[in-house]
Design a protein around this ligand. Structure first.
Ligand SMILES: Nc1nc2c(c(=O)[nH]1)N[C@H]1C(S)=C(S)[C@@H](COP(=O)(O)OP(=O)(O)OC[C@H]3O[C@@H](n4cnc5c(=O)[nH]c(N)nc54)[C@H](O)[C@@H]3O)O[C@H]1N2
Ligand SMILES: Nc1nc2c(c(=O)[nH]1)N[C@H]1C(S)=C(S)[C@@H](COP(=O)(O)OP(=O)(O)OC[C@H]3O[C@@H](n4cnc5c(=O)[nH]c(N)nc54)[C@H](O)[C@@H]3O)O[C@H]1N2
Ligand SMILES: [Mo]
Length: 767
């Protein structure tokens, strides 16, 4: 890791770089290349569903229906390396706290249930029986409202249903999940605007679309399988208009690594036809500009008696709030829009012109829109643009939020939600004969606030690496240790295990790729992809150890040890046969999960019914709503930005999955051997009297008393707008104040954090 190389990378996304990277990771995880036959079962009916992203799986999969990063995720889970009791006997928690995220997870798969021993400051093996008995005893001693049940978005629909039910039987709705840090503005914003909390496009829409708008999603690294439909669209000459502060390689050029011709001829497809380097947080202004341009053209066409640009029939019949929205656009001044978006009027008019000519438009977006203080409003602004031309609820058009974790959307569908109104509580009451809690539970930010305040005393984590994923790392780690109980159900060792409560457990579980053998034989599980499609998944490899257990088994174990027996909830029967959990899911959600077991392996998956796709609007007005944003400023309650304050964007590299760092090679951005970098515009570098390669310290500009700083970052000159800079997540999380979140969705704003940059002394850089 000590050789740092920083030089621009010229190859396309995919291509030989992707093939080489895959071979490297298979060999590092000691998986023979022949063992890569495993990858042939990825995302296929009868095989397992990728543990990486949530991009849909086509009905007719390719021979290799996986991408570089999906294959990395498989290799990472299926590694031959193990981290067992002897490792924990050798290393104290204090020592492990000094290790990097990479080194912790690189030890391999967890094999035994472990309990923290405060006298030796080590984790030691314990039997499952004793673990459950103590966890159950502890949980019985708390006020139910002081316990948090977190889930990362990977656990299956079956596990998630059981987990949500357990929390409610226990007595709370404290079910924050990774979606609170991710697409919550989608759930909040789309529900209010169009009546569904999820995207409205399906994979087939890509075949008939004639324009794609692409906001703030890094497809090349984070959803590479999406490059195939994008490439197909480009072959049909479909324009792709991209808004992204950084020039991301996957949005520029792609070579299909599975096409021998493209690989041999080194040919690639240009992805974006227009590339707008919008300023971080400038999308509301950019989209307002596009709407303003469309309105102007529409007025011209009307005056000239030509066909209108706006879909007036759709607007009249299906929407609410159009006049107010027009008023808002009319009041905005082009000069202000240009300044806030960092884009010229001409550029925005050019984007609007292409949009205005297309009949069927898909709007794709990711964290670049959601992880802002105005995340919800930004998502709703994209909806406004789509509504102007009736681009929701017709084939080839719609909204396509690209979800993160492979089942993050599905967890919500089956009851992982802190908002009681999202869950059919009456039905749960009928089915299981209890009175479910009706009060709102804690989301991620509120759980963090409760931990700081001391009102949250226990944290159960179903997967994930919460401590590392949340903002304000230093403050949170300090507060975390005052909790009484922390339990983490995990596959790999991570920092959340090391920042622990007084009583702490690590419970190792099976990954989705492993065979899950229960009383009635091997079990299947299911998940929901980004396009609201359910898929079954079957494990195919031998479990990593005899001591690991499945997630449903572990959830049931904790539940049985904690709750009084309830004749209507037969945890053992559910664990013995997951089909029975699916029956329970169907009984709870009869329309969405109709014939769930029978349809589990339908090729291409089973679509969930979505009212907005049929232009039925389940909103307060009964229409699709134009929502007027409160204003254009990113930070409503911060003083105006000083010229030396830059907006920091936290980013994923091409060599990580969230807090899991696969390696130190962000190929597309040309950074090798380190993650301690700060991407900056050359004008800012000169203005702040710095040079490319300098070492700097970064300090958050905030209006509270805490000092938040990251030291020793190397300045990398990069194609990023003036006034913005970029650094890697999770290393930069220490800089994000917990209060820096979207007011409506409470999503931490990880994409425009006000920071100051100061030159550090000439010292060597740590990795
Ligand atoms: N290999 C891999 N795959 C993953 C993940 C992973 O870490 N690794 N994570 C998974 C998860 S949980 C998620 S949520 C997704 C995340 O996938 P993405 O949604 O792609 O998230 P980020 O990597 O955070 O990148 C966001 C993109 O938005 C751009 N951006 C930043 N600020 C702005 C802005 O203000 N406006 C606009 N228009 N763009 C902006 C950034 O330059 C970047 O290209 O990927 C999932 N898939
Ligand atoms: N600054 C900043 N912060 C962010 C973001 C950002 O862009 N910038 N992104 C946010 C987003 S979008 C998200 S989704 C969150 C992610 O937050 P989390 O979902 O909490 O974090 P992950 O890094 O995905 O979790 C990795 C851990 O999950 C465990 N794991 C892996 N597979 C399994 C499994 O099958 N079962 C179980 N039980 N455990 C498993 C492993 O032990 C591994 O160490 O982070 C958020 N935080
Ligand atoms: Mo995410």
């Amino acid at each position: 890791m000590s050789d740092v190389e920083i030089e621009p990378y010229d190859d396309p996304a995919g291509g030989w770089g992707s093939a080489r990277s895959l071979v490297e990771i298979l060999s590092r995880e000691q998986i023979p290349i022949s063992g890569a036959a495993l990858l042939l079962k990825q995302n296929k009916p009868g095989g397992f569903m990728c543990v990486s992203c949530a991009w849909p799986k086509p009905a007719k999969p390719a021979t290799f229906e996986y991408c570089e990063n999906g294959a990395k995720a498989t290799a990472w889970e299926q590694t031959r390396k193990r981290v067992g009791p002897d490792f924990f006997a050798k290393h104290t928690v204090a020592e492990l706290l000094t290790w990097t995220d990479f080194d912790l997870e690189a030890q391999g798969r967890l094999t035994h249930p472990l309990r923290y021993d405060p006298t030796s400051d080590r984790y030691a093996p314990i039997s499952w029986e004793d673990a459950f008995a103590e966890i159950g005893r502890e949980l019985c001693g708390f006020d139910p409202k002081s316990v948090v049940y977190y889930s990362s978005g990977r656990a299956s629909l079956e596990t998630s249903y059981m987990y949500g039910l357990f929390a409610r039987l226990y007595g709370n709705n404290n079910l924050p999940d990774s979606s609170n840090m991710c697409h919550e503005p989608t759930s909040t914003g789309l529900k209010a605007s169009i009546g569904v909390p999820v995207g409205t496009t399906v994979l087939e829409d890509f075949e008939s679309t004639d324009c794609i708008l692409f906001f703030g999603q890094n497809v090349g690294s984070n959803a590479p399988r999406m490059l195939h439909p994008l490439q197909d669209a480009r072959r049909r000459k479909v324009p792709i208009i991209t808004f992204n502060p950084l020039r991301e390689r996957g949005l520029e050029r792609f070579t299909d690594p599975q096409s021998p011709v493209e690989m041999l001829t080194k040919s690639s497809t240009r992805i974006s036809t227009q590339y707008h380097q919008v300023k971080a947080g400038g999308d509301i202004a950019a989209i307002t500009g596009m709407c303003k341009a469309l309105l102007a053209t529409d007025r011209e066409t009307q005056a000239e008696g030509r066909p209108r640009v706006l879909d007036a029939v759709f607007i009249a019949e299906h929407t609410y709030g159009f006049e107010d929205f027009v008023g808002f656009c009319d009041r905005q001044d082009w000069a202000v829009l240009e300044k806030r978006s960092g884009l010229t009027r001409e550029a925005l008019e050019a984007a609007a012109a292409v949009y205005g000519r297309a009949e069927r438009v898909i709007g794709i977006y990711g964290m670049g829109l959601t992880q802002h203080r105005k995340g919800t409003e930004t998502v709703q602004m994209l909806v406004n643009l789509m509504l102007l031309r009736g681009n929701i609820g017709k084939p080839g058009a719609g909204l396509c939020p690209v979800r993160g974790h492979s089942n993050v959307q599905g967890q919500r569908t089956v009851g992982i939600a802190e908002k009681p109104e999202l869950v059919p509580l009456d039905r749960l009451a009928d089915l299981y004969g209890f009175e479910p809690p009706r009060d709102k539970g804690l989301n991620t930010v509120e759980a963090c606030e409760g931990i700081i305040a001391g009102s949250v005393k226990a944290f159960i984590g179903l997967g994930g690496n919460f401590v590392r994923a949340i903002p304000d790392t230093e403050r949170m780690e300090e507060a975390w240790r005052s909790m009484r109980l922390t339990v983490q159900v995990s596959t790999k060792l991570n920092r959340s295990h090391l920042v622990n409560g007084a009583v702490a457990y690590i419970l190792p579980c099976l990954g989705r790729i492993e065979i899950d053998e229960q009383a009635t034989g091997p079990q299947a599980v299911s998940m929901e992809d980004s396009t609201s499609c359910f898929h079954g998944s079957v494990g195919v490899t031998k479990p990593v150890s005899d001591h690991v257990r499945s997630e449903p088994w572990i959830v049931a174990g904790i539940a049985k040890a904690t709750l009084p027996p309830n004749p209507k909830v037969d945890w053992d029967a559910w664990v013995g046969d997951y089909a029975k959990v699916r029956d329970a899911i169907e009984a709870t959600y009869p329309i969405v999960f109709k014939d769930f077991n029978a349809r589990l392996f339908e090729p291409g998956g089973t679509h969930k019914p979505l009212a907005a796709r049929e232009r039925r609007w389940d909103t307060e007005t009964g229409k699709a709503n134009f929502v007027v944003p409160q204003g254009l400023d990113e930070d409503p309650d911060m003083p105006a930005r000083h010229a030396d304050v830059l907006d920091l964007i936290t980013l994923r590299s091409n060599d990580q999955f969230n807090t899991t760092v696969y390696g130190y090679h962000d190929r597309f951005r040309g950074v090798k051997g380190t993650r301690q970098v700060l991407f900056m515009n050359e004008v800012d570098i000169a203005r702040l009297d710095l040079a490319d390669g300098d070492t700097v310290d970064v300090v958050t500009e905030s209006n509270d008393q805490y000092v938040r700083a990251v030291k020793g970052l190397r300045v990398v000159k990069y194609s990023i707008p003036e006034g913005n800079c970029g650094g890697y997540y999770p290393e930069m999380n220490v800089l994000i104040p917990l209060s820096h979140h979207d007011k409506q969705a409470k999503t931490p704003a990880a994409k425009a954090i006000p920071v100051r940059i100061a030159k550090a002394g000439p010292r060597p850089m740590p990795n």
